[in-house]
Design a protein around this ligand. Structure first.
Ligand SMILES: *Cc1c(COP(=O)(O)O)cnc(C)c1O
Length: 402
């Protein structure tokens, strides 16, 4: 029997580790870019499971492929080959311009692997070449190494000692990065577009200059595209938009359209740092997850799919700029590209209320770092969906502005 929302809240609050500041709805099912809660209330979704549900909900080809694969083989050990995994790896290698892929189960795990292989590679050049430079305001995950890589001290409080060898620079400040680098730098690790930290895009030539500094000091460039990759920027890999290539790129979130997966992809030179036995995973890249990833990898990179992302983005960003013009006392800046857009509020005390009121009126949006409304919807949204969400947001902002 289906329980009421109250019953689910109570059961969950008694049994689940209380680490999430949850909104009080119980989601039940979805279709396209809409979600329904267990009271039958409908929401237009501009969070997309945090940039995960790139093909929306109940997308036929994805659901069918998962069901077909589940009937054949959900899991087997990585001690054996499977075609879904070989297919997914081959597609990622082809799309990335890099040489070898490894599958994990999450973003944090993908970044752990990237950090580990970068250290191992650097160690083979010089045992003291171990410094990893990341950016303030970044987000790389919640495991001990990745929260150390994350340049937001509040994620690191109370869990030390943290792994050594991480330093931080301001994103988009090339001079500071140069002052921090030396031939002891193993890697520079950046989000191609900062997501969790408030939607910050790289300034014009920043990433090209970062690439040049990495080449100068023999450091690897690790790009974390866990949020910005998989078509979200309007290019399949966001680095394609900025005209550079990393030595390592990490993916997760949207890669399998909602089935847990992570990946890191490396150049052949970096790949050589790992010998058989140096890394592994029980679940990572299992046939179920890879079957789902193959649907995403056959769909999102298509020129017409990416063109759609870019078209909706132009419409959406302009509409956000119009909203800023209408509510200059509430919206300070509109940022972002593709379908990773942000509207920074002028105050940090209204974000959660705005999100809650939008939810009450049938729109799911997100607020990150307390004051940036972040829009990372399914990539299949249309201009009409944008209108539906923004009509609700407009009404909520009008209530606050009054
Ligand atoms: C979400 C995210 C991660 C962590 O992914 P998990 O799957 O939650 O471990 C890492 N980096 C970036 C840029 C992310 O957005």
């Amino acid at each position: 029997m289906q329980e009421t929302a109250q019953e689910v809240f109570q059961k969950d609050q008694a049994a689940y580790l209380p680490v999430f500041n949850r909104y009080k709805i119980v989601l039940d099912h979805g279709e396209g870019v809409h979600l329904w809660d267990n009271n039958g209330k409908k929401y237009v979704d501009f969070l997309g499971g945090i940039a995960v549900n790139v093909l929306g909900y109940n997308y036929g080809p994805l659901v069918d492929r998962i069901a077909d694969q589940a009937k054949k083989l959900i899991h087997c050990s990585n001690l054996y080959y499977t075609q879904p995994q070989a297919d997914a790896a081959a597609k990622l290698v082809e799309l990335s311009g890099l040489d070898r892929a490894f599958f994990a189960n999450s973003g944090a795990e993908a970044n752990e692997g990237a950090i580990k292989i970068a250290r191992k590679y650097a160690h083979s050049i010089d045992p003291e070449k171990s410094q990893i430079i990341t950016a303030w305001n970044s987000f790389h995950g919640r495991t001990i190494a990745t929260l150390t890589a994350t340049g937001q001290p509040h994620y690191q409080e109370g869990v030390g000692p943290l792994p050594a060898g991480f330093d931080y620079v301001h994103y988009n400040d090339i001079k500071e990065l140069e002052s921090m680098m030396s031939d002891k730098t193993a890697a520079v690790m950046l989000e191609t577009i900062q997501g969790e930290g408030g939607v910050y895009t790289p300034e014009s030539d920043y990433l090209k200059q970062v690439r040049a500094l990495c080449d100068k000091y023999g450091a690897l460039l690790i790009l974390d595209e866990i949020q910005a990759g998989i078509g979200r920027s309007g290019c399949f890999f966001a680095y394609d938009k900025y005209g550079i290539k990393p030595d390592i790129v990490t993916l997760a979130k949207g890669l399998a359209g909602g089935v847990p997966i992570g990946a890191f992809i490396v150049t052949e030179a970096v790949a050589q740092a790992f010998k058989p036995g140096d890394h592994g995973t029980t679940f990572g890249g299992n046939p179920l997850a890879c079957a789902a990833a193959n649907v995403v990898l056959d769909t999102v990179p298509k020129p017409e799919f990416l063109a759609h992302v870019n078209d909706v983005s132009v419409y959406f960003k302009q509409a956000l700029l119009d909203l800023q013009k209408k509510y200059p006392s509430l919206i300070k800046e509109v940022r972002g590209t593709g379908l990773i857009l942000g509207a920074e509020l002028t105050r940090d005390d209204i974000g959660r209320d705005i999100v809650n009121e939008c939810m009450a009126k049938g729109a799911i949006i997100n607020c990150t770092v307390g004051k940036v409304l972040r829009f990372i919807p399914p990539l299949i949204i249309t201009n009409d969906d944008v209108d539906e969400m923004l009509t609700i947001l407009d009404g909520v902002l009008a209530g606050i502005d009054a």
